[in-house]
Design a protein around this ligand. Sequence first.
Ligand code: GSH
Length: 246
Amino acid sequence: MRELLLFPHSHFCEKAVWGLDYKGLDYRKKFLFPGIHMMQVRRVAPQSSVPVLLEQVRVIQGAGEILGYLEEQYPERSLNPEQSVFSEALALEKRMDVELGEALRQIAYAYLLNYPDYCKACFVGHAPWWQRAMFQIFFPKLRKLLHKVYVKSDASVADAVVRATNAMTELDGRLASSSFLMGDRFTRVDLSVCAMLSIIVQPDEHPFDWPVQPSAELEALIAPLRERPSFQWAKGVYKEYRQVRV
Ligand SMILES: N[C@@H](CCC(=O)N[C@@H](CS)C(=O)NCC(=O)O)C(=O)O
């Protein structure tokens, strides 16, 4: 059986999950315990990051790589942009992974690591009691690690806010004249950008059942973004194109 290694709330994982769901493929989700995931993932793949797709003897690491692989193996319901804009589209997707996806993650962790219960719900809300207890014990260490890797410093978070806002301004501009980011139909670029936005949009169609966001400071940063065309667009795309398979 096809298997996807992932964290439940991760927007990069959501990008791969959406791809699999969109193609109507069967697969098993294997949620990993943060920290311990590094050993588990490195046993099969070069980096420690998820998502990782395991299909027979193949190991595909990285959300974009997984979308590419799915398109190659299962070309029906194509998510590829037209050939004429293909490289431009992939470049936009990659840039948005960083400018939007990585920046939003950095901002989110900067505030949410102060809320252990929220983090617990994100990483192990689905897991048996003993994993939730283990998470509680390991959280101080995990918090330190996540802060070091993702949050870095106040200045770097401030820069991430500027980068994410600029990225959304660019998207708003593109969406002023089209319902799609590249070409005239739904493609992997739309899917990917909406998945990156999912951590702030938290759409109902997303398979993760989001806990209530506890940080007033983070909410103050997100609130003005809700009015953005790109934010509203992502909500609409989720409604129309996100088929959930549990
Ligand atoms: N470039 C990768 C990035 C994936 C990524 O950053 N995954 C994070 C979760 S959102 C992760 O696994 N972090 C833990 C680690 O790298 O060990 C992709 O597109 O899949």
